[in-house]
Design a binder for this molecule. Structure first.
Ligand SMILES: *Cc1c(COP(=O)(O)O)cnc(C)c1O
Length: 357
């Protein structure tokens, strides 16, 4: 069977070359006669993978030396509490912008660790836009943002004006565009959207953010533990780290995150133009906040959803069913999605309109 165009939100599409090289390394890693899965995480060969993954993260995102790179476990969901546990205590104040399901979960966890204020929210409109123009209190310890809202299909295209360090959930748009690193105190991203398989979470943290809370932190949940041991305090998730490293090599070979951004803008324009042109579909998210990663849209005519998904499937386009909280359709077009893939989907939409409008 030929490879399908995978529009799934996550676990999500990875570059073909990365999948192939990963499969080879699982079978016989670089001709060592051993699988990547059965060698010591403390051996020189795996240590060099971890080092390369960290170095590529720094290079691709332009991180200064005072930012540390970690590969942890527990998913982005564990970062909802780990950030607050490490950064917030009763003397501080965490400010959150509530832009979707994921930020709502992060807020719930932060409240367990110290004063937490929701300073802006788009909940009243089912998170279909990104709030703007709010004030960040001067005494905030950090401001938590979600750069891309995977479920509702909105993305933050500009950061708010503030000197407060930003803590950001970049799970679904990490490495999709350049970032202004100086604005961030901490960034986290689960691998399975735009970087690798599920099982590791990238954390980037500025050193001065740590060590300021009035509590003891259990070793595994303390960022400093993992910084001191270069993400190998315990056995790291070797396979997800390896695949993520290969994806970063691929991003670099394509011209880095600036080239990714250009490619992603082109792809998003193709799909959004078709949605706006096509009488059978309409976009969900506010136009100025549309995500370049997750394109959400619904049918304008009753009863055509199943047929449209079947038409997509027949053309090799899969994973397009929308999240249950939004309905309709969602085309996730992460870094590894090709122009050919989005053109195929746009063509299906055109053909479907001709047959059903
Ligand atoms: C998927 C996702 C999460 C949750 O990630 P897990 O690794 O499953 O815990 C959190 N935030 C965003 C923005 C996501 O897209």
């Amino acid at each position: 069977m030929s490879k399908k165009y995978n529009f799934s939100a996550g676990p999500a599409i990875l570059p073909d070359s990365v999948i192939k090289a990963s499969a080879e390394a699982v079978a016989n890693w670089d001709g060592t006669g051993l699988s990547l899965l059965e060698v010591s995480h403390r051996g020189a060969k795996f240590v060099s993978v971890l080092e390369e993954a960290m170095a590529l993260t720094k290079e691709l995102l332009g991180l200064p030396d005072n930012y540390k790179v970690l590969f942890l476990t527990g998913g982005a969901s564990s970062q909802f509490y780990m950030t607050a546990m490490n950064l917030l205590d009763k003397n501080g104040k965490a400010c959150y912008v509530d832009t979707g399901t994921w930020s709502t979960k992060a807020i719930k966890e932060a409240k367990l660790f110290g004063p937490t204020e929701v300073i802006a929210s788009s909940k009243e409109q089912n998170f279909q836009y990104v709030p703007k123009g709010y004030e960040v209190p001067k005494d905030a310890t950090y401001l938590h943002l979600t750069s891309n809202n995977t479920i509702s299909g909105t993305q933050m295209h500009e950061l708010p004006i503030t000197n407060t360090p930003i803590v950001c959930d970049m799970s679904s748009d990490i490495f999709s565009r350049p970032i202004d690193i100086e604005r961030y105190g901490l960034i986290y991203a689960g691998a399975q959207k735009n970087m690798g398989p599920a099982g590791t979470t990238l954390v980037i943290v500025r050193e001065d953010m740590l060590g300021n809370v009035d509590r003891e932190i259990t070793s595994m949940l303390d960022y400093n533990t993992h910084i001191k041991k270069d993400s190998s305090f315990n056995t790291p998730p070797v396979f997800p780290i390896f695949v993520s490293m290969l994806t970063m090599r691929w991003i670099k070979s394509q011209g880095g995150v600036a080239a990714m951004a250009k490619h992603n803008e082109e792809k998003a324009a193709i799909i959004y133009n078709e949605i706006d042109r096509n009488s059978l579909f309409k976009g969900v998210a506010a136009k100025e906040d549309r995500s370049l990663m997750n394109v959400t849209f619904v049918a304008t005519k009753e009863g055509i959803e199943k047929d449209f998904l079947a038409a997509c499937e027949a053309a090799g386009c899969v994973g397009l069913k929308g999240h249950r909280s939004v309905g309709g359709f969602r085309a996730s077009i992460y870094n590894a999605m090709s122009i050919e893939g989005v053109n195929t989907l746009a063509q299906v939409m055109q053909d479907f309109e001709k047959a059903n409008a």
